[in-house]
Write a protein that binds this ligand. Structure first.
Ligand code: 5GP
Ligand code: ZN
Length: 142
């Protein structure tokens, strides 16, 4: 637990949360400032700042919970779709530094936009640049 982390305080029960799923590793609760009805956050109970810091088994448990919860959340609020996403790091818009997946139920004509609307100034990358990025990412995993 990180003392000044709001999500750790929810895990500890020091701050109330509307829990929709819980097991030994994962907690899911309603977002306090929802983007739509049913907006849910899925977090590991242990404090990890970003996906990059999260052990693979814990990240797998978070993903598995997202997989279980997405249809339940959509059904509960009668949503035909949802945006499922992580703001992974401050520059990506992460405000609470305890890794969390968002489930945002989506509705026809809800005024929301797709993930491709996140960035308006797209880079114009050449085939060579894309090839170089491909091999750099593969090399980083070696
Ligand atoms: P981020 O921008 O870090 O990806 O998202 C943080 C989310 O946490 C926001 O959607 C915000 O509404 C939610 N949030 C912040 N503080 C609290 C809280 O105390 N309780 C709950 N349930 N959600 C919170
Ligand atoms: Zn935390």
């Amino acid at each position: 637990m990180s003392e000044d982390c709001i999500f750790c305080q929810i895990v500890a029960g020091d701050i109330p949360g509307r829990t929709v799923y819980e097991d030994d590793t994962v907690l899911a609760f309603l977002d306090a400032n929802p983007l739509s009805p049913g907006h849910t956050l899925v977090i590991p109970k242990a404090h990890h700042e970003r996906l990059n810091d999260t052990p693979a088994d814990v990240a797998g448990a978070v993903m598995s919970t997202l997989h279980e919860l997405v249809p339940a959340v959509e059904a509960a609020v009668d949503a035909p779709a949802s945006t499922v996403a992580f703001n992974n790091g401050e520059e990506a818009g992460q405000e609470v530094p305890h890794v969390h997946g968002h489930i945002v139920p989506r509705f026809e004509d809800d005024g929301g936009r797709p993930i491709h609307a996140l960035v308006t100034d797209r880079p114009d990358l050449s085939d060579d640049e894309l090839d170089a990025i491909e091999s750099d990412i593969v090399a980083e995993q070696a």
